[in-house]
Design a binder for this molecule. Structure first.
Ligand code: SF4
Ligand code: SF4
Length: 104
């Protein structure tokens, strides 16, 4: 019979070795990015900027050409406000399928 070596405290009590649990980095704990896809129908868009102004997440901005673009897609919550507020029905918000989700 082999005697197992155990660590003991000063009082002589055996101390069990605790399993190490892997520590997740902040990056690993982050939710997958870009769960939603925001599409603009450029032919219908008049560049009024309402979608950018009403986006509560600040995901849409107007570019140098005066067109809306999703400059921070990772911030989009899929609330569809941009789609609802667009007077020209030029925005569509879609939820990405699992395979389409981009991870950082
Ligand atoms: S609200 Fe509609 S028309 Fe106005 S900039 Fe956005 S997409 Fe274009
Ligand atoms: S769905 Fe909501 S959060 Fe996403 S771009 Fe449109 S308004 Fe912004």
């Amino acid at each position: 019979m082999t005697a197992r070596r155990q660590k003991k405290t000063k009082s002589g009590k055996a101390v069990r070795k605790q399993k190490k649990t892997p520590v997740k980095t902040a990056l690993e704990e982050k939710e997958p990015k870009e769960k939603f896809e925001v599409e603009f129908y450029r032919d219908w868009c008049k560049g009024c900027g309402i979608c950018a102004a009403f986006c509560p997440a600040g995901a849409i901005s107007m570019n140098d050409k005066g067109e809306p673009e999703v400059s921070k897609p990772e911030l989009c919550t899929g609330c569809t406000w941009c789609e609802i507020r667009c007077p020209d029905f030029a925005v569509q918000v879609k939820e990405k399928k699992e395979g389409e989700v981009c991870e950082a």
